[in-house]
Design a protein around this ligand. Structure first.
Ligand code: GDP
Ligand code: IMO
Ligand code: MG
Length: 432
């Protein structure tokens, strides 16, 4: 038995979904433990594209159980839509292959309204959230006023909580944010109806996982967002409202730290970011455009154009420490074909000093200038490469430079969006 965690090391969209889908073949269960439908995880199987926002990226594998842990925030409408889209593609989504934690918090229409009205009010200082109500939902969770999945099954509790919450949110919406108020009855009735449909899927995920582990099942935990968007360790306040780092598996799925055996950090071969916030290696030139176009860098959730730049090893090293990474999986190596030379940031210079790690002060981080090393590029198309030995020498040098700098070995190299477009170097489920 081995349990594996997959996390993003940069600002999201590293290709976590692709790697989860690829490794799910070796697992028995796939579990989401934080975030919500701000995530967009793309899976490409036999040329057919599926985007998972809430349902774990193992769903395309029949016989594998997918679970949504208590740390995830659920928009029931989005969850039901996602189930429906999958079913239309012929993918079975039933209580046998999907569980939803009774302790997960629910995203309510007023969370989305507050998220959007706040962004609007911030004007040019906006964070660039996905507008899905993620932040306001986690705020209510911490304020101990949140509504949980289990409440959907208790109409009186739901009514009471929703009434109190809506009163407060309507005050904020109308008096502070100058937005429209929301009406209680239609929301209450809709959520009761969601509860009736979701009831067969609702379980105690922590107990389900314990029982599976006792039977020697292999579990893959799927992170959403990424380390640099972590509420504690990311580029605050330009972050999301959960902890996407590996430690959050324990709180967000209900397991102990001794149950984690391997942590994979997904590293995109260059860097991207959606939304606002400092990004030291950002390229506002034709090289950035080349990455954006070749990498088809558009947000899988909001469709926004992703900002692109060189690989920044300073943040990867921070991510290695914060997540306790066992191995790295590098994605989108194929996108770098044709660029020569390639640059990698290995430190920052700020106020005449060199820094090996990102500073907490966002003002200081915004002033950080990357210190680059140059590496040779390659011209070969990599999409059909399936073995390390078949990679061009320059690509091997690029990978070895990363490995040596971070001191963590690669377990997988991805050379295309398709499930099979991967070079597998290590089985993370094989306990070493
Ligand atoms: P996630 O949020 O981390 O799961 O990543 P996204 O799905 O939002 O974004 C990654 C994008 O890159 C998706 O469109 C994937 O299909 C695509 N992708 C993943 N791995 C590779 C790869 O190795 N090469 C190329 N060209 N595309 C990839
Ligand atoms: P996946 O799982 C990339 C970003 C938003 C915004 C900030 C806060 O696909 O990698 P939020 O709506 O969470 O309050 O927005 O976080 N963001 C992501 N960026 N990939 C994601 O998820 C993201 N989820 C949130 O763009 O800058
Ligand atoms: Mg994404």
């Amino acid at each position: 038995m081995a349990n594996v965690v997959i996390v993003g090391t940069q600002w999201g969209d590293e290709g976590k979904g692709k790697v989860v889908d690829c490794l799910a073949a070796e697992a028995d269960m796939v579990v989401r433990f934080q975030g919500g439908n701000n995530a967009g995880h793309t899976l490409v199987v036999k040329g057919c594209k599926t985007i998972c926002h809430l349902i774990p990226s193992g769903i395309l594998h029949r016989e594998k159980k997918c679970l949504i842990g208590n740390g995830v925030v659920i928009d029931p409408e989005v969850l039901l839509e996602e189930m429906e889209t999958l079913r239309q593609k012929g993918v079975e989504v039933a209580p046998q292959n999907l569980s939803l934690s009774e302790r997960a918090h629910l995203i309510m229409p007023y969370h989305k309204a507050v998220d959007m009205a706040r962004e609007e009010a911030k004007g040019k200082d906006k964070l660039g959230t996905t507008g899905r109500g993620i932040g306001p939902c986690y705020e209510d969770k911490v304020a101990r006023t949140g509504i949980r999945v289990v409440d959907l099954l208790e109409p009186d509790t739901l009514r009471k909580k929703m009434k109190t919450n809506l009163e407060e949110k309507n005050f904020i919406l109308t008096r502070w944010l100058k937005a429209e108020p929301l009406e209680f009855k239609p929301i209450y009735e809709r959520y009761l109806a969601f509860g009736r449909i979701l009831e067969p899927f609702i379980t105690d995920v922590s107990l389900e996982l314990e029982e599976a582990m006792c039977r020697g099942k292999k579990i893959l935990f799927e992170g959403a967002q990424a380390t640099q968007l972590d509420i504690d360790h990311g580029t605050y306040p330009y972050v999301t409202s959960s902890n996407p780092i590996s430690g959050a598996v324990c709180t967000g799925a209900g397991i102990g730290p001794d149950k984690i055996h391997h942590v994979i950090g997904i590293v995109k071969a260059y860097t991207t970011r959606v939304g606002a916030g400092p990004f030291p290696t950002e390229l506002d030139d034709e090289i950035g455009n080349y990455m954006q176009e070749r990498g088809a860098e558009f947000g899988a959730t909001t469709g926004r154009r992703r900002r692109c730049g060189w690989l920044d090893l300073t943040i990867i090293k921070d991510s290695a420490r914060l997540n306790g990474l066992t191995s790295l999986s590098l994605t989108k190596l194929d996108v770098l074909t044709g660029l020569d030379p390639l640059k990698i940031a290995v430190a920052y210079e700020v106020d005449g000093k060199r820094m090996q790690s990102k500073p907490a002060s966002l003002n200081k981080f915004a002033r950080c200038k990357p210190v680059y090393i140059d590496l040779p590029g390659w011209k070969e198309d990599l999409s059909s490469v399936r073995a390390w030995d078949h990679l061009p020498e320059a690509a091997k040098t690029y990978l070895k430079t990363i490995e040596e700098f971070v001191h963590i070995p690669f377990s997988l190299i991805s050379v295309g969006p398709g499930r099979e477009e991967s070079i597998i170097l290590q089985d993370p489920f094989g306990l070493s």
